[in-house]
Ligand binder design. Structure first.
Ligand code: AHM
Ligand code: MG
Length: 334
């Protein structure tokens, strides 16, 4: 009996992405789009691995290599790889950090895709984990430009790939958040963990503390109280982690809890936060909510924020429920 049950667990855990989608996704078009994104991510992962360090220039300069070929930065290459796979999928349109406007795939299909093709720009050249973030929404019969400014509550699926020690995928199709890892020999994503739950409490925060002098008083109060540890009002000690790649910081939080904060600050460029709402904050927030966590701009749920333009920035604070609540409280008691 024990042997029998053990085998079932193994079979369950070895489920690949295709079978997971077959079981959990209600829309075949979404399954096909996610499959294309998975294939694109395998190609991006291989490209990152095979590129020579001197070729991985992350700014937008295009240089000629010794053969006269144009060398393109990895974030542009990743965008092109996504487009090449998505245009053959049922996606109706595509918008990304690398494109000013949206791309119309000129079909009558229902679903549109947002992406940050290679998140973690400051880490691209230094062999630290980076990734691809995506979000899938229904077009809802809107003209394409309008469809791309619907708020995050319209998402049908979201996820992110991490190109790190392992290539992994966190995904939701609306029935919990799951973690997959790439089996390189098989070229398939295999389920590692289903129904991920972000622990409700944590003693770990993630923020770029170099910007302390730009924070508002609520953020300053919250972080100072964490830093004061046992001696302060929180009466417990905290640790700090900051990778500088949203995907890597999020991956840690989905695995063991924590709170991530990129608030708005007084720098002109980042007065509405630094991260982009449609292809960074929204997809992460959907995954977080599906994993029993919370995602906020400090006042409202990320998924309820109004979108006025595709590349709009937003503060993003997410992770363990109790800690996000504690952060929101710091705005109330000022
Ligand atoms: P990118 O999409 O251009 O890579 O920018 C987003 C990144 C996030 O991955 C990360 O959390 C943040 O920017 C780091 O910003 P900073 O360098 O200000 O700490
Ligand atoms: Mg990014």
């Amino acid at each position: 009996m024990f042997q029998f049950r053990f085998n079932i667990v193994l079979v369950e855990l070895k489920m690949d992405l295709e079978n997971y989608l077959l079981k959990n996704s209600k829309e075949e078009e979404i399954s096909l789009i996610v499959k294309s994104l998975g294939d694109a991510a395998i190609k991006i992962s291989n490209t990152i691995r095979s590129i020579k360090p001197q070729e991985s220039i992350s700014n937008n300069d295009r240089k000629l290599n010794s053969d006269g070929d144009i060398q393109k930065p990895l974030d542009i290459i990743s965008d092109e790889i996504l487009i090449s796979f998505l245009e053959k999928s049922p996606a109706a349109g595509y918008a990304s950090e690398e494109q000013e406007g949206c791309i119309d795939f000129k079909n009558n299909n229902n679903f549109i895709v947002f992406a940050d093709p290679l998140d973690g720009s400051s880490n691209i050249d230094v062999n630290v984990s980076i990734g691809t973030i995506f979000s899938i929404m229904s077009k809802n019969n809107l003209p394409l430009e309008k469809a791309f400014i619907q708020n995050g509550s319209h998402q049908k699926s979201s996820g992110f790939f991490v190109y790190g020690p392992q290539t992994t995928l966190f995904i939701t199709v609306g029935v919990g958040t799951s973690l997959f890892a790439l089996d390189e020999k098989k070229g398939k994503f295999i389920l590692v963990k289903d129904n991920i739950t972000i622990p409700e409490t944590t003693a770990e925060f993630a923020i770029n503390a170099a910007y302390r002098r730009f924070w508002d008083s609520a953020t300053l109060k919250y972080i100072t109280e964490c830093q004061n540890g046992e001696n302060g009002p929180r009466k417990k000690n905290f640790g700090m982690r900051w990778v500088g790649s949203l995907v890597a910081d999020a991956s840690r939080i989905f695995n063991r809890g924590g709170i991530f904060l990129y608030p708005s600050d007084t720098r002109e460029k980042y007065k509405n936060g630094r991260l982009r709402l449609t292809y960074e904050a929204n997809p992460i927030a959907y995954l977080v909510e599906q994993a029993n966590g919370e995602a906020t701009d400090g006042h409202k749920n990320i998924l309820n924020l109004e979108v006025n333009e595709l590349h709009q920035r937003s503060p993003l604070i997410f992770g363990s429920k109790e800690e996000v609540l504690e952060y929101k409280k710091s705005y109330l008691y000022l």
